[in-house]
Design a protein around this ligand. Structure first.
Ligand SMILES: C[S@@+](CC[C@H](N)C(=O)[O-])C[C@H]1O[C@@H](n2cnc3c(N)ncnc32)[C@H](O)[C@@H]1O
Length: 281
């Protein structure tokens, strides 16, 4: 279906419709997108409308309110799950050099991957900690708001066609083994070995509406807050700060930073370029 061009008149109507639609979704289903950054949210909602063959946000709202399956499709369309094993390899290199020595003396290490998508980041960390000899004393909590993404993570089955890129990332990240040692290939997919999966707890957690659930030595929350407005980013930073042990480490995504957040002065940079920070007070 061809999308109609968005004229100024349509934009003016959508400026009325969008808050109403987000309010309806929140009241009906408890998913709160009201403080997501509007530009990317609008783009993804337009995409959802195209998929459903709808021409107005009001029609989409009608569907969402009355049809739970439409809501499930809407959630899928809104969820950006782009991820990769050892995404931004230099981040993992910095983690190995700067963070692993801080973790080594701890008797038990708790790591939280907030907004972990389908788990590639989580298994990258499991591999890194395994190679550092720390995986056995680590408990990893992997959370996301998307149940579908979490299910992929739990199964630990990933497409074979992406392994070439993942392997290149692993090597650039300073991996010390052969990446193929970590999985078994079968048909079009690979399944990661059980010893990487054992210490991981997968759970649904919404950064907008759910609270802190433990105290962690490491929290990675990468490439999710870019979709939030400034106010929501501040609230999520509070949640992350409240969930970090004193001296604990926070890792953000490339396009994210602590700068200009209310929590900037509570951390010291371990590696500012790689967005690795340590809770200082
Ligand atoms: C682009 S992926 C990032 C995945 C991974 N952290 C990485 O950096 O490769 C963004 C993830 O944020 C999740 N997400 C978006 N809003 C969320 C929220 N309010 N609570 C929890 N997860 C959320 C999405 O479901 C998606 O899986």
């Amino acid at each position: 279906m061809l999308t109609a061009p968005v004229t100024p008149a349509i934009e003016a109507i959508e400026a009325i419709e969008l808050p109403l639609l987000l309010e309806a979704v929140w009241r009906r289903y408890g998913y709160d997108f009201r403080d997501y950054a509007p530009a990317s949210l609008r783009r993804r909602i337009r995409h959802a409308m195209e998929l459903q063959g709808l021409s107005t946000l009001s029609a989409l709202q009608d569907d969402l309110l009355h049809d739970e399956r439409a809501m499930a499709d809407f959630l899928d369309a809104l969820t950006v799950e782009v991820t990769a094993m050892f995404r931004d390899p230099s981040f993992y290199r910095a983690f190995r050099d700067r963070v692993v020595p801080l973790l080594r003396p701890l008797p038990l290490i708790r790591v939280w991957h907030a907004a972990c998508a389908s788990g590639e980041e989580v298994y990258s960390m499991a591999i890194l900690l395994h190679e550092a000899g720390l995986l056995d004393k680590t408990r990893i909590y992997a959370t996301d708001m998307s149940e579908r993404a979490l299910e992929t993570g739990r199964l630990a089955i990933y497409p074979l066609r992406r392994m070439r890129d993942h392997t290149a990332n692993y090597q650039r990240a300073g991996g010390t083994a052969s990446f193929s040692d970590y999985y078994t290939a079968k048909h079009e997919g690979v399944i990661l070995h059980g010893f990487l999966r054992g210490n991981i707890v997968w759970a649904s957690h919404n950064l907008v509406s759910d609270g802190s659930f433990n105290e962690f030595h490491v929290i990675l929350c990468r490439n999710a807050m870019i979709y939030f407005n400034r106010d929501l980013q501040g609230r999520v930073h509070r949640l992350l700060y409240d969930s970090l042990a004193q001296g604990g480490v926070l890792g953000l995504g490339r396009g994210e930073s602590l700068q200009f957040t209310p929590y900037e002065d509570r951390y010291e940079a371990l590696d500012a370029a790689e967005r690795l920070y340590r809770r200082a007070r």
